[in-house]
Design a protein around this ligand. Structure first.
Ligand code: C2E
Ligand code: MG
Ligand code: MG
Length: 763
């Protein structure tokens, strides 16, 4: 028993006072009043008892007050403890080491969903609730901890619902002053949920680290606070480099502000956004990624983070492209296949609505079957591949060549404004197959047939245009192979002629088949011959004289126009020099210049050379350029005309009235003459509109200081009318047809002889 010092001191004091009282009080009584000693003795005894009783009362009262206060304090702290345990839902256990009985709080029993009584009060009863896998470990640990002071353990206990709950138990062993264990006390908490949360957190962290997708987390101010290893692998930025930066560092610059605006708008409205983004790696490489962004809110609903998860889709895109390529190309020839060809035709037809025209050509090899049958499919395949390559070499850029299957090829010409262009292409394709194919030791000759359909003229839909080209192909095959045919018959005839014309025109110059005819130009006021216009003709060996209206456009297309015009120029200049030797010959010769020569810098040099070579006075050469050619490219025309004018030659605008001239431009052109187009002369003098135009052109020309010549005057009335309007010169059958120079010369010689002869006697 522990000795309380205060109590001992009080008791000793009492013992001393009481002993002194007992020892001294009787002697004092005897001294003071020996007679009444007996009574006083009794009184003294009563006094002592009364004093002791008071003392006892005071002590007991003090003790009772202390006890009650301690009681109150204890129950308050017990209540507090209970409330605290209730609030944390923790349970209290208390093992009395002497009795080996365990006390459990209500909240402990509540952890397991059972009644406190069901728990019992022994360790063995409690151990019944332990998970079999945990039992041995847990009991061993308790025994071990009974020697220490601090105790902590985690195990599973069976709940009333049959499930096991994870319990975290902490406690300590309490010993008395002698170090004897008195109590083992502690609390137990249900950590089932926490463990589950921790498990899922651990799993999430593992996923975060192991996932192939890049993950980037920013705070609300878009400062990067977290990235995973995949992020670093994809972007090339390490964690240390990127943390604290803004995601804008990754921007590729490929998207405009509208793109990011839409993205933020979606994040604000829906809290999430997903889409394709092009970003930039640390290396500077730009790559596509599929990205999902999600807004994270805190418990108060304010934005706390943004999480972006993305995957690099470069490889996906590449394989998509590869797949796309495979789906749209023929594996043998590597050319676009029927699917892609049809798509391109459809696309071109859509665009052809905007006034553009195109052509579809179907090319089929003649008698290909025989090659397959006689030489085998390997050679057949090789031939198809080589044919594809050869065709590819000759087609102009912008034309799609496809292998549609078997021995059929398709071509799409999107810039085909005229049937002639398609025919020319067809001819090029046919010609390209003329040379033999040397395959696998065989020398093969092959030809093809081509069907052509034009759009939007022939057809409005893809299927129709392909069907039409197919029936044109059939037509080409049935008219004796190695040829082409249009869906429309008249086009086939016309185009054939043009192609034939084009190929024979190539030899016309060298074969000396071109001629220059001259047509007189007259002064309308005095009727005198002033000049001659040189007009080219083609003396075709089979067709006879061919008009320039027919072959000049062909020459302009196949590039021969330069050579033809140069030849005509030289002939005309040489002829003019000869005329200069005559007394009443023309004063100048007019030569037409094609618009196709406008772009050529050397044109003026060439004119200067011819003038020098023929020794002709430049003032005697008049060059005619058509009004439409000038207006097609006014800047080029102005440059060229200025250069030509500097040579001292005269310049005339041909076919004036048909080319929609702008007056502002016309004013600046360094020309001398306007040639009123014959279409406005034809109706004169009766047609009031033609008369108004003729009058206006003459007035306009004069006001600009130009001379005006009227073309196509066939009747005297027309000449008279134009003269009255003030027109300076005239040209047309009325004055003379285009004829070889010799014919004109003979006529003029005859005139001279006639004029020189004296009137016959007797006349
Ligand atoms: P252009 O320069 O306007 O030539 C006048 C055309 O009108 C000539 O046709 C001529 O024969 C025709 N003509 C003349 N008087 C009359 C008439 O009273 N009535 C009718 N109905 N027609 C008449 P052609 O010779 O067939 O030449 C046609 C066009 O070919 C020329 O028109 C010119 O633009 C072009 N051309 C002719 N020769 C050449 C040349 O050497 N080089 C170039 N680049 N173009 C040429
Ligand atoms: Mg002319
Ligand atoms: Mg003309």
């Amino acid at each position: 028993m522990r000795i309380d010092r205060t109590t001992l001191r009080l008791t000793l004091a009492y013992l001393l006072v009481a002993s002194l009282w007992v020892l001294l009080s009787d002697q004092l009584l005897d001294l003071l009043a020996p007679a009444q000693y007996k009574h006083l003795q009794t009184l003294k005894g009563l006094l002592f008892v009364t004093f002791s009783a008071f003392l006892l009362y005071a002590l007991l009262r003090r003790h009772a007050i202390h006890y009650r206060r301690a009681q109150r304090t204890m129950s308050t702290s017990e209540e507090r403890l209970r409330l605290a345990l209730d609030a944390t839902r923790d349970g209290l256990w208390d093992l009395d080491m002497n009795s080996q009985r365990v006390f459990y709080s209500d909240s402990y029993a509540a952890l397991l969903g059972i009644d406190k009584a069901a728990l019992g009060d022994t360790r063995e009863q409690w151990a019944e609730y332990l998970h079999p896998d945990d039992r041995q470990r847990v009991l061993e640990k308790i025994d071990l901890n009974l020697q220490g002071t601090q105790y902590e353990n985690v195990y599973r206990l069976r709940h009333a619902d049959g499930s096991y709950r994870w319990i975290h138990s902490r406690g300590r062993l309490l010993c008395n002053a002698a170090g004897q264990p008195m109590r083992f006390i502690g609390i137990a908490s249900d950590i089932t949920q926490r463990r589950a949360d921790e498990d899922s957190l651990r799993q999430a962290a593992a996923v975060f680290d192991a996932t192939q997708e890049g993950v980037l987390v920013t705070d609300a101010r878009q400062c990067i606070v977290h990235v995973n290893p995949a992020f670093s692998r994809i972007t090339g930025y390490s964690r240390e480099e990127i943390l604290g930066q803004a995601p804008t560092l990754l921007k590729s610059g490929r998207h405009d502000s509208a793109f990011y605006h839409d993205m933020w708008h979606a994040l604000e409205r829906h809290g999430a956004w997903a889409g394709e983004v092009w970003n930039r790696r640390k290396s500077g490489e730009i790559y596509p990624q599929w990205q999902c962004i999600r807004v994270i809110h805190d418990a108060q609903g304010a934005i706390s983070h943004y999480v972006a998860v993305f995957s690099d889709i470069t490889a996906l895109k590449r394989s998509q492209r590869e797949l796309d390529y495979l789906a749209h190309h023929d594996p043998l020839s590597n050319l676009p296949n029927r699917l892609l060809f049809t798509e391109r035709v459809a696309h071109a037809m859509e665009r052809s609505q905007e006034s553009r025209c195109g052509a579809v050509l179907l090319l089929d090899l003649d008698h290909f079957k025989h090659i397959n049958e006689s030489l085998g499919h390997n050679v057949g395949d090789l031939l198809l591949k080589t044919v594809g390559e050869r065709l590819q070499e000759v087609i102009p850029s912008g034309v799609t060549l496809a292998r549609l299957g078997g021995d059929e090829f398709g071509l799409l010409h999107e810039q085909c404004h005229e049937a002639a262009q398609a025919a020319e292409l067809a001819q090029i394709l046919l010609n390209s197959l003329h040379a033999p194919f040397r395959l696998d030791g065989n020398e093969l000759y092959i030809s093809a047939s081509i069907g052509i359909s034009l759009f939007p003229n022939d057809a409005e839909g893809v299927e129709q245009v392909l069907r039409n080209a197919d029936s044109a192909l059939f037509k080409a095959k049935s008219t004796g192979r190695e040829s082409f045919a249009f869906y429309a018959q008249e086009l086939t005839d016309y185009a054939r002629q043009r192609v034939e014309l084009a190929s024979s025109l190539r030899h016309a110059l060298e074969n000396g088949e071109l001629r220059v005819f001259y047509q007189p130009l007259h002064d309308l006021h005095n009727g005198n011959l002033v000049g001659m216009e040189a007009l080219v003709r083609w003396q075709h060996p089979e067709r006879g004289l061919v008009s320039p209206v027919e072959f000049i456009p062909v020459a302009e297309e196949n590039g021969m126009i330069g050579a033809i015009d140069a030849w005509v120029l030289e002939q005309a200049c040489a002829q003019m020099v000869r005329w200069n030797l005559e007394r009443n010959g023309p004063q100048f010769v007019a030569v037409n210049v094609s618009s196709r020569l406008f772009g050529r810098v050397e044109l003026d040099l060439h004119v200067a050379q011819v003038l020098a070579k023929t020794n002709l006075n430049p003032a005697q050469l008049e060059l005619e350029v058509t009004e439409s050619a000038v207006m097609e490219d006014p800047a080029a025309a102005l440059t060229l005309l200025t250069r030509l004018r500097a040579l001292g030659v005269r310049l005339a605008i041909d076919d004036f009235g048909t080319g929609y001239s702008s007056l502002a431009r016309l004013k600046r052109l360094p020309v001398h003459k306007l040639k009123l187009d014959q279409s406005f002369v034809r109706g004169l003098p009766d047609d009031p509109e033609d008369a108004a135009i003729a009058r206006a052109v003459i007035a306009l020309g004069h006001s600009l200081g130009l001379k005006v010549l009227a073309e196509g005057i066939e009747e005297a009335a027309q000449a008279d009318f134009l003269r009255e309007l003030g027109c300076d010169y005239g040209q047309g059958y009325h004055f003379g047809h285009p004829q070889p120079a010799a014919v004109h010369d003979q006529a003029r010689a005859a005139q001279r002889i006639q004029a020189a002869q004296p009137p016959a006697a007797g006349n």
